[in-house]
Design a protein around this ligand. Structure first.
Ligand code: G6Q
Length: 548
């Protein structure tokens, strides 16, 4: 990371100057250059992926200034530190090695002087054996029945990743049904368990710390439900744990044989590649889980070895910085044109916002610039019928990523062409809008009077010039999904490196783990302690009105 204050670097100052000059950033004008798509897009034939970033508010000069920003921040040098196992998570004094979990060529990677690959490979082997046995029926429940349903009990990083992937790969699911129990709200466990049979259900308790209130509460209730039907001895057939905390797993009553380990160098929101992915391996099979890892590994190499000008995650990050830090955008929208990816925006919300929602830099000083954007989105075309209005005609600049696939996993009539027609139409409309002249022409052709046209036309104008990226991917497979996730991971990494923040701690989440424990006893004994009058008023009302 650069030691000069970020806003003092020549790269930053030049971008600021260029922003103030503000000229030439009209997409309609920029697209007079017929080569623009060719120049501002990247095609990866091996993955079958096209990344088109031509519909962004940049020209050659801004692009090269952004590249200079990445150079000044030493993004590649910093990435090498991550890949080499340096402790770049400096507040927790930890290495950041989710990349080792998908190190397909198995070269040694060291943390604290020790090669981490043997332990990673041993857990992968154990996951393979377990998922194979579960899927084939070799692993059976306590009463001799095949397991038909698995329930992953976890929250945050121990839930969002595997859940998103199982949804995304649903087409390939040929193992036990996967359910995901996360919320401490009893409604979640109630609704999941009511359709399940304890004899054919296996619980995967996923918790890095094995102390998280939500997960342990849900796991204890699930245990009671399971043991209630089959007795204490059944736990070994119906519960496995994914954790770094062997002691707590044992205390819970899960045999260490049934524990799948991971390590402190794997952050929660980067953990789907680790034992936390066990539900994925059970649901779609270990080979497909391996392909997912291979896809991510392919992007790891791309990120590490490709010059910035052709480096997809670096470009995604730089464009994000251009909007976030120079053009005043507050949010970034992710719009997958695939129902299978309906959990992808929710997954990225954690990956991005928990990583880069920070205010303190590497020198322990408050930053004087914006950091992580608000991430949001929904699958297309659903979003088109709700919030796209604001993107098209609202007052805010909302850069958006469109993600679409050339081939659907399952072709049904002309659904896919209709879906993809929208995928192509929206970025086009966002970029080029609809001029007043065109609106008037359309209304005149519809036979409307001049007077009426005069009144209505302003509302029907689309200013355009709204920036988008498009990812067009040949097929949604475990491999391309792994690659897509890794692209966003490294985008987040690059932005964190440039903003000089720690993308790998999460003190905001830790606070949440403490706060509720203070109030919990006040809800059981009915007496509120000292709080502000609002909190006290609400707790008193809760205690007074609750059905005993
Ligand atoms: C992720 C965060 C957080 C974490 C959950 C669950 O990066 O640390 O989302 O994953 O709080 O924690 P446990 O896995 O320890 O239960």
């Amino acid at each position: 990371m650069n030691s000069l204050g970020l806003t003092q670097t020549p790269a930053w100052k030049n971008l600021q100057k260029r922003k103030e000059e503000g000229n030439n950033l009209i997409l309609k004008e920029l697209f007079k250059d017929e080569n623009r798509f060719k120049e501002f897009s990247i095609k990866d034939n091996e993955l079958g992926l096209v990344f088109d970033y031509s519909k962004n508010l940049i020209d050659k000069e801004i692009f090269s200034l952004l590249i200079k920003l990445a150079e000044a921040a030493g993004v590649n040098e910093y990435a090498k530190k991550m890949f080499n196992g340096d402790k770049i998570n400096w507040t927790e004094k930890r290495a950041v090695l989710h990349i080792a979990l998908r190190n397909s060529d198995n070269h040694p990677i060291y943390a604290d002087g020790k090669d981490v690959m043997p332990q990673i490979n041993a857990v992968l082997d154990k996951m393979k054996k377990f998922s194979d046995d579960l899927r084939s029926g070799k692993w059976i429940g306590a009463t001799g029945k095949k397991i038909t349903d698995i329930v992953n009990i976890g929250i945050g990083g121990s839930d969002l990743g595997p859940k998103m992937v199982c949804e995304a790969l649903k087409y390939y699911a040929d193992g036990p049904n996967a359910h995901f129990l996360s919320n401490i709200d009893g409604a979640d466990i109630y609704e999941i368990l009511k359709s399940l049979n304890p004899e054919t259900t296996l619980f995967i308790v996923a918790s890095k710390t094995f102390t998280t209130l939500e997960t342990i509460t849900n796991a204890l209730s699930a245990r009671k439900w399971s043991v209630g039907k089959m007795g204490e001895n059944s736990v070994k057939n119906h519960f496995v744990a994914l954790s770094t905390n062997e002691k707590k797993v044992k205390e819970f009553g899960i045999d260490e044989k049934n524990m799948f380990e991971f390590w402190d160098f794997v952050g929660g929101r980067y953990s789907l590649w680790s034992a936390i992915g066990l539900s994925i391996a059970c649901n779609v099979g270990f080979n497909r889980f391996r392909e997912l890892l291979d896809g991510a590994n392919y992007i790891d190499k791309h990120f590490l070895n490709t010059p910035y000008e052709k480096n997809i995650p670096v470009i995604m990050a730089l464009l994000g910085i251009w909007y976030n830090n120079f053009l005043g955008a507050q949010s970034h929208c992710v719009l997958p044109y695939s129902q299978y990816l309906h959990r992808f925006p929710a997954y990225l919300q954690q990956g991005d916002m928990e990583s880069n929602g920070k205010t303190v830099n590497i020198d322990a000083k408050r930053v004087n610039y914006e950091t992580g954007p608000i991430i949001w989105g929904e699958p297309g075309t659903n979003g088109q019928h709700s919030f796209y209005q604001l993107i098209h005609q609202g007052t805010k600049c909302i850069p958006s990523d469109f993600i679409g696939f050339v081939n659907p996993p399952k072709r049904i009539g002309s659904h896919h062409e209709k879906l993809m027609a929208n995928f192509f139409a929206q970025p086009e409309a966002l970029a080029f809008g609809l001029s007043k002249e065109k609106v008037i022409e359309n209304l005149t052709n519809s036979g409307m009077s001049k007077d009426e046209i005069e009144k209505l036309a302003p509302y029907k104008v689309f200013e355009g010039n709204k920036p988008t990226n498009s990812f067009l991917i040949k097929d949604l497979t475990p491999r391309t999904l792994g690659a897509l996730i890794a692209l966003y991971e490294h985008k987040v990494f690059t932005q964190g490196a440039i903003w000089r923040i720690n993308s790998f701690d999460q003190w905001g989440v830790e606070l949440g783990k403490v706060l509720a424990n203070i109030i919990l006893p006040e809800l059981s004994d009915g007496k509120s302690n000292a709080h502000d009058c609002s909190t006290k008023g609400l707790i008193d009302e809760f205690n007074k009105s609750k059905v005993k």
